[in-house]
Design a protein around this ligand. Structure first.
Ligand code: 5AD
Length: 368
């Protein structure tokens, strides 16, 4: 019988000491988000780690990230590749470059490639479908797409071409905050929850998630975000700290430090709380230790995420000249990333954590 979080009952006394038992109400999630007591937090990390080990286990799935294009039609207030950033050199990888990146992913031990881009109308549906088919035929990799809000026909065509998964973070469930940071395209509405439903109906594995510490983000809405991870039955959950980018409207230090409100901090510790709670509310999801976390905590970021519930790492296999230009936030760790640079480095660092590189595509094992 599959083991549920509730089965792994701790032996300690107070609610805060028993993070594995009972229902995950918003109120309870909220209490954990506000918890600052180190020994109690240690029980949260431990609880998430225990559930991770008993569900998805010790293998760590590697997903090779190919940043296919940094063109973007959107004007998101947080993102460094938004259309208004005219200082950025724009690129779009060609077919041969994508195939070379996929080959590099195979060499690292990845079972999946993630093709990510800005919302780039220059990525034609047929062209991408060809790339998906070629990667699957040549390398047998699972293919995840992360291309923003695309048309239903495009999503359907890519699924038909063999794409397995789609990532689309809802970023925050606070509708007013979302509207402020994520303006719709002219003449269109954007409802990411509707798109997540469409992706599910098309047969994709569906991933979503949030940024932690967006200026204006409140604890209550972050608690609701985490409840939604469970209610949406997400197959993959990606969370990372918000990292201010100076070339964006939210890039100023003043925004990040609004002392007048009960602001969620964009710290590594807060991001780890969200990773841990994501694991506890959705025990069998695939959850990455994200590049954003490794960027703000260069020494221990990947390891911290892997210790508090994560079971996925996404080595960047984009050619270096392009990687530099895919600057959604500054100083991305992947520019000189020792953790994920080679297969040997990955094996060694994962080994230190009692973990190892997984084999196979790493689909969600429902109810494991
Ligand atoms: N800080 C952290 N994460 C960011 N993203 C975009 N901009 C930033 C930033 N400044 C995240 C968003 C998006 C994902 C691809 O990258 O959550 O969904």
């Amino acid at each position: 019988m599959p083991l549920r979080a509730a089965d792994a009952v701790g032996t300690l006394g107070t609610d805060a000491d028993r993070p594995l038992t009972g229902e995950w109400s918003e109120a309870r999630i909220l209490r954990w988000l506000r918890e600052d007591d180190e020994p109690r937090l240690a029980t949260l990390w431990q609880a998430a780690d225990t559930v991770r080990r008993r569900t998805v286990g010790d293998p760590v799935h590697l997903r090779g990230l190919i940043e296919v294009s940094n063109h973007c039609a959107r004007t998101c207030a947080y993102c460094g590749i938004n259309a208004r950033n005219t200082a950025l050199r724009r690129y779009r990888m060609n077919h041969a470059e994508i195939m070379a990146s996929a080959q590099q992913a195979v060499g690292l031990g990845c079972g999946t490639v993630v093709m990510q881009a800005g919302e780039d109308d220059g990525i034609r549906a047929d062209w991408l479908a060809d790339a998906i088919r070629a990667i699957k035929a040549e390398y047998g990799l699972a293919v995840t797409l992360s291309l923003g809000e695309r048309l239903v026909d495009e999503l359907a065509g890519w699924r038909e071409a063999g794409a397995d998964r789609y990532l689309l973070r809802f970023e925050t469930s606070d509708a007013a905050l979302y509207a402020r940071i994520h303006p719709p395209r002219a003449g269109r509405t954007c409802d990411r929850f509707a798109i997540l439903g469409t992706l599910r109906a098309l047969g994709y594995e569906v991933g979503s998630g949030v940024m932690v510490g967006i200026p204006g983000q409140r604890y209550e809405s972050l608690a609701r975000d985490i409840r939604l991870f469970a209610e949406l039955d997400l197959d993959m959950i990606g969370v990372g700290p918000f990292v201010p980018h100076p070339a964006t409207p939210l890039g100023g230090a003043a925004d990040a430090a609004d002392a007048t409100m009960d602001q969620v901090p964009n710290t590594a510790a807060m991001a780890c709380k969200v990773v841990a709670l994501a694991r506890l509310v959705r025990p069998d999801a695939n959850i990455p230790s994200t590049t954003a976390l490794a960027t703000i905590d260069r020494v221990g970021g990947y390891a911290a995420g892997l210790r508090c519930g994560a079971n996925v790492v996404m080595p960047n296999v984009t050619p270096a000249e392009y990687r530099r230009c895919y600057e959604i936030y500054p100083a991305k760790v992947c520019l000189h990333d020792e953790f994920t640079a080679t297969r040997a480095a990955l094996e060694e660092r994962l080994g230190r954590l009692g973990r190892y590189i997984a084999t196979g595509p790493g689909h969600r094992l429902r109810g494991c």
